[in-house]
Design a protein around this ligand. Sequence first.
Ligand SMILES: [Zn+2]
Length: 279
Amino acid sequence: MQISDHLHFLKIPFQVPISPELQLERFVNLFLIYGEKSIVLVDSGVAGAEARICEYLAVTGRRPEEIRLLILTHSHPDHLGGAAAICRLTGCKVAAHPAERNWIEDTDRQAAERPVPGFSKLVAGPVRVDRLLADGERVLVDELVLEVLHTPGHSPGSLSLHLPGERVLICGDALPLPGDLPIFTDWAASVASLARLRGVPGVEVLLSSWDRPRAGAEVDSVLADGVAWLDRLKNLVGAATGQANATDPLALCRTLVAKLGLPPAAVNPLVAKSLAACL
Ligand SMILES: [Zn+2]
């Protein structure tokens, strides 16, 4: 889907195998920034997403070799999974924040330290980070300018990208969706990042990995909803920690998942860790 003059949006559905009987249906959004001669891909989806990306390029009259840079908003499987194949197909360079480098370049380490179910199916392999991106840097896509914002909280090195010429802000997983699985490593950093994103001037369209594109007044309201959701989680966790199961993160997770009306698959170590990060 074309969002603005130079920006395209691609939704990649996938499944996370929680157990032999239980598949968690998820999706991730990728973004293609079309310059005159070159293309920047923002996130690579899960393993296999390269077929959808190439198909989309063909439909829009562009070629895979035009992708010169893959920017990973962070290292998680649904953003990194297709990177190895994309790099092979296009010869593109990879850019990411320094805090995500280890898990991008060593996927076995990521799988051991953050064991997402089905990791080896979701991630085709590691890639080398060619360019480290820090807050405030600018990336040029031919005539287009991308401003890099470091927006940690969901992960330590999460990046957002502002395209002032397109009036678009890409925020990756920095925006939590109320009612969806809470996944973050640092509650306070998440809240601060959302405040920062709300302050970016002139944004007409907000693109996140987990939501449909938001435009106009919705841009600020979904960011405000994200903060309200984080506040609600913190309050619930605070209220529950006085209770008997407070020392067992998974038991606490089970209680809160029921209270929040989240699906049973939300009772897992990643969500338990996020809820513990509210404290
Ligand atoms: Zn993520």
